[in-house]
Design a protein around this ligand. Structure first.
Ligand code: HEC
Length: 108
């Protein structure tokens, strides 16, 4: 009985990770707006207004949707020329930045 459950869970995991396209996350509008507001005050000087025109910084419009952990890690701890933000923003605020980066400037 337990074996069967383990097998089904394994199959489910395999199926999930073999999907070629990551299902798009759905974000609450207010959560995206919270991220937008944090972004515009803290991130836009380097990454550009509305993520356009990032100059030397990373172009966040092309950040890979399947690498959320990389995003959370880089934003929390910093990366090369980017300062760490973990001391300034809590987890929920950093999650809202993820929501904004993923969904905030979509044209549709
Ligand atoms: C002082 C300028 C500066 C500010 C402000 C800044 N960044 Fe960055 N950011 C950079 C630079 C430069 C890089 C490229 C780092 C590298 O890979 O060498 C970067 C890279 C990134 C990356 C990609 C990291 C990776 O894993 O490749 C993310 C995500 C990111 N920034 C998010 C943010 C967010 C969110 C904010 C606002 C809270 C922010 N940044 C504010 C300069 C900045």
């Amino acid at each position: 009985m337990q074996k069967r459950i383990i097998i089904s869970v394994t199959l489910l995991l395999l199926a999930t990770f073999r999907l070629p396209v990551v299902a798009q996350e759905v974000f609450q509008k207010e959560f995206i707006e919270k991220g937008r507001s944090i972004y515009s005050q803290n991130c836009s000087p380097c990454h550009g207004p509305q993520m356009a025109d990032p100059q030397g910084a990373f172009d966040l419009r092309i950040f890979p949707p399947e690498q959320k952990n990389r995003f959370l890690n880089s934003v929390t701890n910093g990366k090369n020329g980017m300062p760490p933000w973990g001391g300034l923003f809590n987890k929920s605020e950093i999650e809202s930045l993820w929501a904004y980066v993923m969904a905030g400037e979509k044209k549709n």
